[in-house]
Design a protein around this ligand. Structure first.
Ligand SMILES: Nc1ncnc2c1ncn2[C@@H]1O[C@H](COP(=O)(O)OP(=O)(O)OP(=O)(O)O)[C@@H](O)[C@H]1O
Ligand SMILES: [Mg+2]
Length: 315
């Protein structure tokens, strides 16, 4: 593998692997790059590494369009150690920052790192998935890491420090490595469709230097993806992708509320090899939809020559 990664007009040096953090480098195979802002994202990585100033990226798109896979692919190519933080509505400051816990072997309380100090101490980059599920007051603890200050404030953890010959307890502060990147992903909040999402605070939003909007793969690339990842025949894959694209069009026209995403087409193609196109469609696609969507999709399937029976007699 050459020591630089070239994509379009941008070339970025690959990292030298540190054996201590090699386990954090994602392993990705068969990724098909298509998002039109990949060059900007790579430029941002190169810029941050050259100028030692943060270049944070927010990726917005519908579920299953490939947001997380894109970041993992970039990190796999550049050999960047990556820590994933899965955002959820229950996430508390202690999950991110850490907490004191009782350890019998140590005979008392000691500090346990949360995901942020875990990453910062290892100079790893962070992928914060579904960031807009998390409360703004929890996320505000990331602010000082994401701007010019580049510090993570661990005020809850008091550490011993020598000051003028005396030992005193001070709050710990971690310096964020210049090569640590921060990506976050989210489903669009403004559609009102994604339960549990909240708008990001303006303070956090302004710390993202770029915002990437991701759509689904083009027809040709999705066919390529399904053929490479499943044993499904080309003929069936083409049908599946045709249905998926029609469902996405119907979603854009507000005729259905849930489009068929890449996770769903992969499941449909995989099950098709065992049960055939029609029967596989029921459990991987139709059963996941609300009643209204189910009727609309049945109509769409019929228009494409796929009639899925409601009972067990499918083929
Ligand atoms: N360009 C691509 N090349 C190869 N596989 C892809 C590509 N895009 C998406 N996938 C595959 O599609 C599936 C869904 O992708 P991913 O989990 O990245 O979606 P997501 O947008 O992060 O979804 P969510 O919003 O639910 O987190 C994964 O199995 C991923 O590997
Ligand atoms: Mg994701």
């Amino acid at each position: 593998m050459s020591d630089t990664f070239k994509y379009g007009s941008i070339e970025v040096p690959r990292r030298v692997v540190d054996p201590d953090t090699a386990f954090l480098i994602p392993k990705v195979s068969g990724y098909i790059p298509e998002c039109e802002d990949i060059e900007e994202m790579l430029w941002g990585i190169r810029e941050q590494e050259a100028k030692k100033e943060p270049w944070n990226t927010l990726i917005v798109g519908e579920p299953g369009c490939g947001k997380s896979a894109l970041v993992e692919w970039i990190c796999a190519e550049l050999r960047i150690p990556l820590v994933l933080i899965q955002g959820d509505g229950e996430q508390a400051v202690a999950d991110l920052i850490g907490y004191h816990m009782y350890r019998e072997a140590e005979g008392g309380m000691s500090w346990e790192d949360g995901k942020l100090p875990f990453s910062v101490r290892r100079k790893a980059s962070i992928l914060y998935d579904e960031i807009n599920h998390v409360l703004p007051e929890v996320l505000s603890r990331t602010h000082s890491m994401l701007d010019y200050r580049r510090v993570l404030d661990l005020k809850e953890n008091k550490i011993k420090r020598e000051v003028s010959g005396r030992t005193i307890l001070t709050p710990e502060q971690l310096e964020v490595d210049a090569l640590s990147h921060f990506w976050a992903t989210m489903n669009p909040h403004d559609t009102g469709r994604h339960v549990g999402t909240k708008p990001l605070s303006p303070a956090l939003e302004s710390r993202f230097n770029i915002r990437v909007r991701m759509g689904y793969l083009s027809e040709g690339n999705e066919i390529k993806l399904l053929i490479s990842k499943t044993p499904c025949s080309k003929k069936d894959v083409e049908k599946i992708v045709e249905v998926a694209n029609k469902s996405r069009e119907a979603f854009r026209n507000m005729e259905i509320s849930m489009p068929i995403d890449h996770r769903m087409t992969m499941a449909w193609a995989s099950l098709t090899c065992q049960f055939g196109l029609k029967r596989a469609c029921k459990t991987t696609i139709l059963n996941k939809l609300h009643e209204d969507d189910m009727d609309a999709l049945r109509g769409l399937l019929i228009s494409l020559g796929i009639e899925v029976a409601e009972g067990r007699d499918h083929e």
